[in-house]
Design a binder for this molecule. Structure first.
Ligand SMILES: C[S@@+](CC[C@H](N)C(=O)[O-])C[C@H]1O[C@@H](n2cnc3c(N)ncnc32)[C@H](O)[C@@H]1O
Length: 200
């Protein structure tokens, strides 16, 4: 990503941080996007877990509430988003295609609706897998390329199809799968959101 685009993306999300309606700081734990992460990372115990592109840390907040022994870190390009991350979660300013952590530093890594903004997608996937320890787990929730055009998007945003991201993840992880995901348990997925689950 060039410096100008990096500045533009940061500025856009710094401004968006004031928009609590579209960039909320909390999430209903019954939402399937939360439930799938809780299931995938269990048992969390005192695991080190990284939320990549954490925004205001709404997912990390729930994971920590449910697993007080977990050691959570949230990384985001936007300092203003990071200011809303709850106490008890380590905050790191950075970009997901150059993660400032050593190899194998985390037991779990996830990215919810943030990989779509990474621009250097292959590099971001490779970085997320690099900082995961062997046997560690990774989850990505993002939008389905088959539904592109359904929502207004900034020019840098990308959506993914299942096989494309499965293939990228398979370069680094031994088990990879994906599935459509809905918000609510009793509502069938409409296909807009997908979750990719992997183990290194
Ligand atoms: C749609 S928000 C999602 C936030 C959070 N994951 C959630 O679900 O509440 C996308 C987030 O990704 C962050 N972001 C965008 N590009 C990034 C990059 N290259 N590296 C790290 N964070 C990035 C934005 O600042 C923003 O907080």
């Amino acid at each position: 990503m060039n410096d100008q685009l990096r500045r533009d993306i940061r500025k856009s999300f710094d401004e968006a941080a004031g928009d609590e309606e579209h960039f909320p700081s909390s999430i209903d734990p019954r939402i399937q996007h939360v439930q799938v992460l809780l299931r995938h990372f269990a048992p969390v115990d005192n695991h080190r877990i990284l939320d990549v592109g954490c925004g205001k840390g709404r997912y990390a907040r729930v994971i920590l509430e449910r697993n007080p022994s977990a050691r959570l870190t949230g990384l985001d390009i936007s300092e203003r988003m990071l200011q809303s991350v709850p106490a008890g979660i380590n905050r790191v300013s950075g970009i997901m295609s150059e993660l400032p952590f050593p190899d194998g530093a985390f037991d779990g890594v996830y990215a919810t609706e943030s990989l779509e903004h990474a621009v250097d997608i292959e590099r971001a996937v490779s970085e997320m897998c690099r900082i995961l320890r062997p046997g560690g787990k990774l989850a990505i929730i993002d939008k389905n390329a088959e539904h592109w055009g359904k929502l207004k998007t900034p020019e840098w945003e990308r959506w993914f199809n299942r096989r494309e991201l499965e293939k990228l993840l398979s370069r680094h992880c031994r088990s990879v799968r994906s599935e459509p995901i809905s918000y609510w348990e009793d509502v069938a997925p409409d296909g807009l959101f997908l979750v990719w689950l992997a183990e290194k």
